[in-house]
Write a protein that binds this ligand. Structure first.
Ligand SMILES: Cc1cc2nc3c(=O)[nH]c(=O)nc-3n(C[C@H](O)[C@H](O)[C@H](O)COP(=O)(O)O)c2cc1C
Length: 199
């Protein structure tokens, strides 16, 4: 049974990006996939200190909640990441999380011992919501997440980006958007996670 790690990176509980993520994971469940959602804002995650100690070991020496997240990413069949757009990019919570994978960068490029094998082609999906009508903000955020997927050897599948949605819960006035996220979750599961092995 594939288990998908869903990463919610808004400080708003049940905010727009988190509601879209919930629709996406409902779609996954409909297709028989389990998912586990983590809320980065509830965790204690320090910024990468660039100490470079991970260049020798591939492990991060900062003892905080990231230590519990590395094994979850390492064992996830797939990743789906949701973020609000902040200042034309991903949320600070998400950027902190991403930067702490510098140890995986070192594991892959310096130690030649990636934490996830490239051959596995584990898929990654991205969801963003912004209050403005500005495509560039989403393109920028998507670039950050694509770099992340590439470094950790996940393979970017697709994204859903919604503009002009600002107030907390405003996404509920866009049932079409929530439905799109649900259908995207179903498609993602069907096309990526069973490899034709399901009866
Ligand atoms: C600090 C901050 C910065 C923001 N910067 C942008 C921005 O650059 N572009 C944009 O489209 N929306 C921006 N917004 C609006 C949020 O992206 C928008 O409210 C979104 O719906 C929040 O999603 P959430 O409910 O999942 O947190 C910003 C909001 C905050 C609080």
């Amino acid at each position: 049974m594939p288990t998908i790690l869903a990463v919610s990176s808004s400080p708003r509980r049940n905010g727009n990006s988190e509601l879209l993520l919930q629709s996406f994971t409902r779609g996954l469940a409909e297709e028989g996939c389990e998912s586990n959602t983590i809320r980065l804002n509830s965790l204690k995650i320090r910024p990468c200190q660039a100490c470079d100690r991970c260049a020798a070991t591939g492990e991060c020496i900062v003892k905080d909640d990231m230590q519990g997240l590395y094994p979850q990413v390492a064992s996830a069949s797939a990743l789906v990441i949701a973020t609000p757009i902040y200042f034309g990019s991903v949320s600070a919570q998400l950027k902190l999380f991403i930067d702490r994978f510098q140890c995986w960068w070192n594991a892959k490029y310096v130690l030649n011992s990636p934490k996830v094998s490239q051959n596995e082609k584990r898929p990654g999906f991205f969801i963003s919501v912004g209050g403005l009508k500005n495509e560039k903000h989403h393109a920028n955020a998507l670039d950050v997440v694509k770099v992340f997927f590439h470094i950790i050897n996940f393979h970017y599948d697709n994204c859903l980006c919604f503009q002009d949605i600002d107030q907390k819960g405003a996404i509920k006035s866009h049932p079409d958007a929530l439905e799109k996220a649900y259908e995207a979750g179903r498609r993602f599961a069907r096309e990526n996670l069973f490899n034709g092995t399901r009866e």
